[in-house]
Write a protein that binds this ligand. Structure first.
Ligand code: ACO
Length: 426
């Protein structure tokens, strides 16, 4: 596989250690450190800043250049020419579908959009003010109860049905969570509608009434789903892989991914952006908050700015900004006061030396939060939308892992606690 080697000389070891280097089709080559444990060492990499935990062919990111490719296709081109379900097909299968394959995939997903009544009943047991991500996490975990006995993850056919069920039911669950929190009746899925259109119908429509969804808003939702569909080995995807590596039920593994996504350093940032904009309250207060963000002794950070991988710009943010303008103009909200704060904040941060030097650019969450608020989605449910879009990526990574030989994930540690000591006598 490779002739290149990294040679590691270690103080106290007579011989150096040769570690194979494997090439990548793009991005840094990787040094295989698996033999180090036999030499009595672990690698130490908190936050996995330098660790490739798997081999993957799905998504490539060049954070320095602001590049995001799904199966080789730039995200900007997919956002312009594709739609969410076609992008799902691409992530899952590696190639864009023919017209016939696209239709077949779309029908299969739509035909699996009904949620089992036990899960619908479970959602109704939650307090109305429960956080939507808590309900979503439980509801997807509960799908494992519905689809377990008959599911054999070693069978390709069963895995494909799992993909249809997951991608088909995520928007239905997201809408049910919304309706439950509003104290309204669930609206049945309508398979004659587009994917995002159906989500908006189930969320904002009335039970028994025909769908009335603005095409501009449906297009915006479609883009939000598409732009969130996958993002390589981020915290939630790595969680799905790690959880799935024990051979667990895929819906349980996805529920673990949802739990991870919830945090404000990951998917919860879009909710945090809105909370922050509301807290800032007026354009006049922006300077104070920018100063707080720059103050080392203040834990405050500008939500929606910065990214672990993108140290140039987030290519999804560019597309999202354009969609944001379209939505606000469609809804006549171009003069929205919160948006005025967001626009001014964006400008100041982009020109401020602190943000420039630390390469902190607005990320996708900065704009998606504004769009979703304009559409009428409550801020605390923003991350549910992120999860709905990301389900395809989580599934694609889980499927890639379980389709080939894999090991259970089991990180090691640098132990710095007590060594053996005696229990004190009483
Ligand atoms: N506001 C102010 N300062 C910031 C911000 C911010 N949003 N983000 C990073 N910094 C500063 C840090 O204080 C740190 O400064 P230092 O070098 O002087 O100590 C430096 O920039 C690097 O920050 P790290 O936290 O080390 O960067 P990391 O890559 O680990 O974190 C993260 C990335 C978590 C996204 C961070 O930028 C952040 O907290 N952003 C706000 C939350 C957010 O928007 N998250 C969404 C991520 S995108 C997504 O999940 C889709």
């Amino acid at each position: 596989m490779t002739d290149r080697k990294a040679r590691l000389s270690v103080d106290g070891l007579d011989a150096s250690i040769d570690l194979p280097i494997y090439p990548c089709s793009a991005g840094p080559d990787v040094i295989d450190v698996t033999s180090l444990t036999k030499k009595g060492f672990f690698t130490y990499d908190p936050g996995f800043m330098s660790t490739a935990a798997c081999e993957s062919k799905i998504t490539y990111i060049d954070g320095a250049k602001g590049v995001l490719l799904h199966r080789g296709y730039p995200i900007e081109q997919l956002a312009e020419h594709s739609d969410y379900l076609e992008t799902c097909y691409l992530l899952l299968n590696g190639e864009l579908p023919s017209n016939e394959q696209r239709e077949e995939f779309s029908q299969a997903v739509k035909s699996h959009s009904q949620v089992d009544e036990s899960v619908a009943a479970l959602i109704k047991t939650f307090k109305q003010d429960a956080h939507p991500m808590a309900i979503m996490c439980s509801a997807v975990g509960a799908l494992a109860a519905v689809y377990h006995e008959t599911l054999d993850i070693t069978k390709e056919e069963d895995r494909l049905t799992t993909a249809y069920r997951l991608i088909g039911q995520m928007p239905t669950l997201a809408a049910m969570v919304h309706k439950h929190r509003q104290g309204e009746e669930f609206v049945a899925s309508d398979s004659s509608l587009g994917y995002a259109e159906n989500y908006l119908h189930m969320t904002f429509g009335k039970a028994g009434e025909a769908a009335k969804v603005s095409p501009v808003l449906a297009k915006a939702m479609e883009r939000i789903f598409l732009l969130h569909a996958d993002h390589e080995q981020n915290a939630s995807t790595s969680t799905v892989r790690l959880s799935g590596s024990s051979g667990t039920n895929p819906f349980a593994a996805i529920a673990a991914g949802i739990a991870t996504l919830w945090g404000p350093a990951h998917g919860g940032a879009n909710e945090a952006v809105l909370t922050m904009l509301q807290e800032i309250g007026s354009v006049d207060n922006i300077d104070t908050y920018v100063a707080k963000a720059k103050d080392k002794s203040d834990p405050f950070r500008l939500m929606g700015f910065g990214h672990r991988v993108y140290k140039n710009f987030d290519p999804r943010a560019k597309v999202m900004k354009q969609t944001c303008d379209e939505v606000l103009s469609e809804l006549g909200l171009a003069d929205d006061p919160l948006l005025a704060i967001a626009t001014r904040l964006e400008k100041i941060a982009l020109e401020d030396e602190y943000f420039i030097q630390k390469k902190l650019y607005p990320n996708v969450d900065f704009y998606s939060g504004i769009i979703m608020k304009a559409i009428g989605i409550p801020p605390e449910a923003f991350t549910v939308i992120f999860a709905t879009g990301r389900a395809a990526g989580w599934y694609a990574h889980w499927n890639e892992m379980v389709s080939a030989p894999y090991k259970i994930g089991r990180p090691r540690q640098r132990y710095t606690g007590y060594t053996t000591r005696e229990y004190p006598s009483k």
